[in-house]
Design a protein. Structure first.
Length: 430
């Protein structure tokens, strides 16, 4: 499941409903009450019709391997509606047996004591990168595992760079540890001067946190305390990026007009860089453009050497009140193991696998040329901070109410970060 779905999709509920009725593997229904029982697993996630197709092969194989388990799929269209519905279902005892949770919600849901610890699964935490497990852990137990991930690599358009008179290749600079923030801003400035958009980012936690950590700053300390407002590098980084949003060199994908979204700008050669996940392959190929004109590079840093960025992820969890815990664990394990991730991700191009032994899914196709960058950013990166993710909607509130005004020039970086620090302290008081 892609983070693209989470951030962009929200207006196609009717399309999804039609797909759910028509699709042979989407046995949709309005609730799980009265349906659950022994030998049945009801599971749920969010997504566009195209996203949901990525589950077809897995579901067909699971049904063939486990004929004794009836599988019922209950998708919901939008990310926000999905979580609102899930919380209501968990409260009323009608939630699915197995379900997705977003990285900005998982820690808070865990604290409601509604999930089953996953230590009984055949997949083990050692099979997954520790850096994306922290927010799924509570009081020494693990309650969810990442189904897949999507580090936001910087996709770049070689034709747009050429039109702006840029001769350096970003990926080559990165290979030589010369991919600096200064070099990046020089390129975005030239792109803007040529009448193009320099770079586009989605306004969510991994973007502003990534700006800070790739420029030597800190967001939270080892004790989970918000410290960005007292870190000189973090303040300077947010100030530098905000200035370029205000000048128009950089733009927020969330605010682009309909019909001229980030992927449209990219495939029409009007955009230099797009911070986005592996799902961008589908947009490029779907547009019928020359795909060799596009490649990926990690985020720039002050010294040109690689630094961590946020890794968007979604998590799979099991209802503590699952009607058939053994069947739920069987499905959970099959969905997350290497074979399950291959069935869901091979040839789909919409996410990066989260389990060991599956990296070839990203690199074997040879596209983009520097596909290894996605794996490197996954391995070096970090999940949403547990302090923040433990408070429902806090990550979104920070992005919309504090970061967006900063990018729009309505406040300076120090003020914005001071306000975020005060908000986090208020929201996380015991």
């Amino acid at each position: 499941m892609t983070t693209f779905t989470r951030r962009q999709f929200g207006g196609f509920a009717g399309i999804l409903a039609a797909a759910a009725v028509a699709g042979p593997v989407l046995t949709a229904c309005s609730g799980t009450g009265g349906q659950k029982g022994q030998g049945k697993v009801v599971w749920s996630t969010w997504g566009t019709p195209d996203d949901l197709k990525s589950f077809d092969r897995f579901q067909e194989q699971f049904k063939a391997d486990h004929a004794e388990i009836e599988l019922v799929f209950q998708p919901t269209a939008s990310y926000s509606e999905y979580h609102s519905k899930l919380l209501t279902q968990l409260s009323s005892g009608t939630a699915p047996d197995v379900f997705y949770i977003g990285d900005d919600r998982v820690a808070s849901i865990i604290r409601n004591n509604v999930l089953m610890p996953v230590d009984g699964a055949s997949v083990k935490e050692g099979d997954f990168a520790e850096n994306v497990l922290d927010i799924a852990r509570w009081e020494g137990k693990l309650y969810a595992l990442p189904n897949d991930v999507n580090p936001d690599t910087l996709w770049y358009d070689k034709e747009a760079l050429k039109a702006a008179g840029i001769t350096d290749d970003p990926a080559t600079l990165a290979e030589n540890d010369e991919w600096t923030t200064e070099a990046f801003f020089d390129m975005t400035s030239k792109l803007a001067a040529a009448g193009l958009t320099g770079a586009v980012y989605w306004n969510y936690w991994a973007t502003h946190d990534g700006f800070m950590t790739t420029n030597g700053g800190k967001v939270y300390d080892g004790d989970g305390k918000y410290v960005a407002h007292t870190d000189a590098n973090s303040v300077a980084a947010m100030d530098a990026y905000a200035q370029r949003f205000q000048s128009g060199e950089l733009k927020l994908a969330d605010l682009l007009p309909e019909g001229a979204g980030s992927e449209t700008l990219l495939v029409t050669h009007k955009l230099g860089f797009l911070a986005a996940g592996r799902y961008t392959i589908g947009a490029i190929r779907g547009a019928g453009v020359d795909e060799t004109l596009y490649d990926v590079v990690r985020w720039p840093t002050q010294d040109g050497k690689a630094a961590p960025t946020g890794v968007a992820a979604s998590y799979l969890a099991i209802n503590a009140k699952a009607a058939d815990p053994e069947a739920a664990l069987t499905f959970f394990s099959a969905f997350l193991d290497a074979d399950g991730q291959r069935l869901r991700l091979e040839g789909q191009g919409n996410a990066v696998p989260s389990i060991k032994g599956t990296d070839a899914l990203v690199t074997d196709g040879g596209y983009p040329a520097h596909a290894q960058t996605m794996l490197d950013m996954r391995d070096m990166g970090y999940s949403n901070y547990a302090t923040e993710a433990a408070v429902p909607d806090l990550s979104n509130q920070i992005s919309v109410e504090y970061m967006q005004p900063l990018y729009e020039g309505k406040k300076d970086a120090q003020t914005a970060l001071n306000e975020v620090a005060a908000l986090v302290e208020e929201k996380t008081k015991a």
